[in-house]
Design a protein around this ligand. Structure first.
Ligand SMILES: O=P(O)(O)O[C@@H]1C[C@H](O)[C@@H](CO)O1
Ligand SMILES: Nc1nc2[nH]cnc2c(=O)[nH]1
Length: 292
């Protein structure tokens, strides 16, 4: 399970990457956004863009999944200085978990204070519909139950404490703001609040697994986000998570439905405009430098 043959990046390695980026752009982002599968169009709406391919950034891993372009884009969204990952890294791509979460500490060193983590997810909650946007209230870190937590290993106190709390992982004020913004935009019909469960992937869940996860309290299931959130909270970032329900999880043995990545990307395209409006309005309303 653990791919620990590579040497972990030190604090100094992280500084090298952050300083390189700061030397190449005049932008000083306070909000970071990670675009989930099929949600990369969000990054295109940034104004005054400065963009870097992951391949040119020192120490950065590469995106290998269709629907994850592999660019880091700096710019302004609704008047706020942002940096956007158009493409993220997943454990199932073969990266060790500390590499999957590497960009989060870079954001921290760039001066980011708030992170918006988005993903595509399967809807376990039977009331959810394809196209719903779930504001993440909490998570289940199933790989973490088996010891796969991105904070396993030596702790560098310059990033954060050895034993961070996760009981407030998803900021309550931001969740409330997201629900208010959803209402104001007339999106209430498809805005939900629920629990996201991460699995390693890349295989989708069996029917028995979907039933079990739902019984455990998960409303949506995916293959990302949680590890990023753990590292973000460790280094003091304020987090809001949004899942686009791209497919309904298959819960019945007589169903002929099969989850697939094409459907995930299609739903992303179909909901892209409202998703962008939602995130951009939310960003416009986030208060910065407020010592949360
Ligand atoms: O990066 P996210 O979590 O949005 O991507 C999900 C999980 C898999 O990478 C992919 C499956 O279709 O979508
Ligand atoms: N694990 C998992 N990840 C997803 N990403 C998008 N849809 C799904 C799903 O149904 N299951």
């Amino acid at each position: 399970m653990f791919q620990e043959d590579e040497k972990r990046f030190s604090y100094e390695d992280h500084k090298t990457t952050a300083d390189w980026l700061l030397s190449k752009t005049h932008h000083r982002p306070l909000i970071a956004i990670i675009c989930g599968s099929g949600l990369g169009a969000l990054a295109d709406s940034l104004k005054d863009q400065v963009s870097f391919k992951y391949s040119e950034i020192p120490n950065f891993p590469q995106s290998t999944v269709h629907g994850h372009a592999g660019c880091l884009i700096f710019g302004n969204l609704n008047g706020k200085p942002c940096v956007c990952m158009k493409g993220r890294f997943h454990f199932y791509e073969g990266y060790p978990i500390w590499k999957v979460t590497f960009p989060i500490r870079i954001f921290h060193l760039l001066g980011v204070e708030t992170i918006i983590v988005t993903n595509a997810a399967g809807g376990l909650n039977q009331e959810y519909k394809v196209g719903d946007i779930m504001v993440i209230k909490d998570h289940l870190n199933l790989p973490g139950f088996a010891g796969n937590n991105p904070l396993v290993g030596p702790n560098d106190e310059r990033f954060g404490t050895r034993f961070p709390s996760m009981s407030d992982a998803y900021n309550a004020d931001l969740r409330k703001l997201a629900c208010t913004v959803g209402k104001e935009l007339g999106f209430s019909d498809f805005i939900r609040e629920g629990v996201y469960c991460v699995l390693s992937g890349p295989s989708f869940e069996t029917i028995a697994e979907c039933r079990m996860l739902n019984c455990l309290g998960a409303d949506a299931v995916g293959m990302s986000t949680v590890h990023e959130v753990i590292v973000a909270r460790h280094c003091g970032l304020r987090v809001i998570g949004l899942s686009l329900i791209t497919n309904k999880s298959v819960m019945e043995y007589d169903s002929s439905e099969k989850p697939n990545h094409e459907e995930v990307l299609e739903t992303g395209k179909w909901r892209a405009e409202q998703f962008q409006t939602f995130v951009s309005t939310l960003v416009g309303r986030i208060e910065l430098n407020n010592n949360f």
